[in-house]
Design a binder for this molecule. Structure first.
Ligand SMILES: Nc1ncnc2c1ncn2[C@@H]1O[C@H](COP(=O)(O)OP(=O)(O)OP(=O)(O)O)[C@@H](O)[C@H]1O
Ligand SMILES: [Mg+2]
Length: 595
């Protein structure tokens, strides 16, 4: 599933969104509601002050009521102090719940991500994944509560002020409310624009993150091929694009506030004129007008916040919707219900009429039939791009076959419980990935229950001991991100030791094609031989010694199994594929590489 195909189709389907968010907020519902209730009086202060102006003007200033003269200022301070306490509680509660919800959503998404299959990672760049799985949920779940809070307190603020206005003069208030409604029309218009711009920003954000990742991982190539300028220009272009998208959003959205203000100013002008007339003709006290006009002026702030909140909420709904779409993406490769748990193998691993393609209508494997009986080693050789690694990818189900089947002891691997399938297979890739951390941590990933004796044994068998003895911290040496501080051969041997520690009955090896020097080559070879002992092995072989020692050699050419037999049998075939391959690759160098 390509992430770029999931771009917030239901952003304004509020019923759908609230149903889905409910699942994440309901554990914290009590605190959320409490927070929102606390927000109510916080918004009401302006209304209270405006309300107090009428008695202050009419009773204190005009009628000289001294009791109220003392009470009103005191009341205002007391209310403000209460409001301060509530504001603190409200901030605390909203942050607490906001972060809890965000964390839950992020954890759930990360859990999805670590269970995704290879196809998902083939189709989506690292940057897009990072943006979608980090920024969107962050923006969405934190923003939604912040905005709800603002919505509540501004809403109640506006409500209180309108109440004061109504109390002072319903006629004038009517004018104010009508103008207010008109002022909100633009907010409804810009929804779609916000969605499109937000989707664009997200895509560009993804590309920018990918630029950073590639600059990191590809730094040697960038240096070697003088690609610094090229990489810089790519980045500069993305930044420029993001500027364009942001500015187009600003252009399309920023007119909203000024228009709202202009409409509102008409309201104020009218109210002033009409209010003066009402006071002069004795239909309204000057206190009422003062209180009314103050309410109207104070109404600006909550209305402006409401406007911003509505725009903000729309951006958040888009992010929220994109987040929920991620929850709907499922790995295609998963365990069936009632899948069989296997523990070891008795008969062997067989590929039966296996066909496969990564991209539709581009067959990569064509009708492959191949079996490794228990304890046997099958070497897979053939032209580059012929499909050897692909065969290795299919056995642990990184991908599923298009037709045909792969069976372990006669059971289709699609009927085997995934964890148990993968527990029974150790894989050593062409290019092995090591994690940031120590060598010990990396080895233990093969088997977290391994004892120190186990570790010692595999370190010896993988010929890592000599090298580890030279390291200052031995097995606890930090190896840097992706194991950058190790040599190619050392990384490979750590990977081999990790596979040995896993000690699975099936071993899949994709021998590195990169030439190691003869000494390292010989050491790696010995390590591999130890790994393959007494296992059922598929080895994609580039070294003559591995090939010769195999029980069977399968020659794959352009996705087809063209020859199958032992080294001697296949060499005996006049004009056979293997014979030609052997002559091209090994005949000259066999003295150096073999044995
Ligand atoms: N993830 C992928 N998505 C699409 N096509 C792919 C993918 N991986 C490999 N291919 C294509 O599948 C074909 C077989 O690739 P594969 O890696 O199996 O070759 P190989 O025999 O292992 O080659 P080599 O000896 O060079 O490692 C190639 O044409 C390759 O371009
Ligand atoms: Mg390969």
């Amino acid at each position: 599933m390509k992430l770029k195909d999931t771009l917030a189709k239901d952003s304004f389907n509020y019923g759908y969104l609230s149903k889905r968010i409910y699942k994440y907020i309901h554990p914290y519902l009590f605190r959320i509601i409490l927070g929102l209730i606390i927000a109510l009086p916080v918004g009401a202060l302006d209304g209270v002050i405006a309300y107090a102006l009428k008695p202050y003007m009419d009773e204190v200033l005009i009628k000289k009521n001294m009791f109220l003269a003392y009470l009103i200022p005191f009341g205002v301070v007391a209310f403000a102090a209460l409001q301060g306490v509530l504001r603190y509680l409200n901030d605390y509660l909203t942050n607490w719940t906001g972060q809890k919800v965000t964390n839950d959503v992020k954890k759930a998404l990360f859990n999805k991500l670590v269970h995704m299959d290879s196809k998902f990672y083939d189709e989506n760049s690292s940057g897009i994944i990072l943006t979608r799985y980090w920024s969107d949920p962050e923006a969405a779940s934190k923003g939604i509560l912040d905005n709800l809070k603002a919505l509540m307190s501004s809403g109640i603020g506006a409500f209180a002020l309108i109440g004061v206005m109504l109390y002072n003069s319903w006629k004038l208030a009517l004018v104010g409310v009508v103008v207010l409604c008109i002022a909100f029309i633009p907010a409804a218009i810009i929804r779609k624009r916000i969605k499109n711009a937000s989707n664009m920003t997200m895509k560009i954000g993804g590309n920018i993150t990918t630029d950073f990742n590639e600059t990191y991982s590809g730094n040697k190539i960038i240096t070697a091929y003088n690609l610094s300028d090229y990489q810089y220009n790519k980045y500069a272009k993305e930044i420029h694009d993001s500027f364009d998208v942001n500015m187009s959003l600003v252009k399309r959205v920023a007119w909203m506030s000024p228009i709202m203000y202009t409409i509102a100013s008409f309201g104020i002008a009218f109210v002033l004129a009409f209010g003066t007339y009402l006071v002069l003709s004795g239909q309204m006290t000057s206190g009422s007008l003062l209180s009314f006009v103050t309410s109207l002026l104070l109404l600006y702030k909550p209305v402006k916040t409401l406007g911003n909140t509505l725009t903000g909420l729309q951006t958040i709904f888009v992010a929220l919707c994109r987040t929920f779409e991620l929850f709907d993406i499922d790995a295609e490769i998963k365990s069936k219900e009632n899948a069989v748990v296997i523990n070891g193998i008795k008969d062997g691993v067989s590929l039966e009429n296996v066909c496969f393609e990564y991209v539709e209508n581009t067959p990569v494997l064509k009708n492959i039939n191949l079996k490794a009986s228990v304890g046997e080693t099958v070497a897979i050789v053939g032209n580059s791009g012929g499909g050897k690694t692909t065969i290795a990818n299919l056995i642990p189900r990184f991908y599923d076959v298009k037709s045909g089947s792969i069976k372990i002891d006669g059971i289709d691997i699609r009927d085997i419980e995934l964890t148990s399938l993968r527990n029974n297979i150790s894989v050593v890739f062409q290019d092995n990935f090591l994690f940031t951390g120590t060598i010990r941590e990396n080895l233990l990933m093969g088997n977290f229950n391994a004892t120190d004796e186990d570790l010692e044994r595999v370190i010896k068998a993988a010929h890592l001991d000599e090298f580890l003895n030279e390291m200052p911290d031995g097995i606890d040496t930090e190896i840097g991100e992706r194991g950058t501080s190790l040599s190619g051969g050392q990384r490979q041997r750590v990977a081999i030791a990790r596979a040995m520690l896993k000690d699975s009955p099936i071993v899949i090896l994709d021998e590195a094609t990169s030439a190691l020097d003869n000494k390292s080559e010989a050491i790696v070879q010995k390590a591999l031989d130890n790994l393959m002992q007494n296992k059922t092995v598929f080895v994609i072989a580039h070294r003559l010694s591995t090939i010769k020692n195999a029980d069977k050699i399968a020659v794959i050419n352009e996705g087809e199994l063209v020859e199958l037999g032992t080294h001697d049998e296949l060499l005996a075939r006049e004009d056979g594929f293997y014979k030609r391959l052997y002559e091209m690759q090994f005949a000259k160098s066999s003295v150096v590489v073999a044995e």
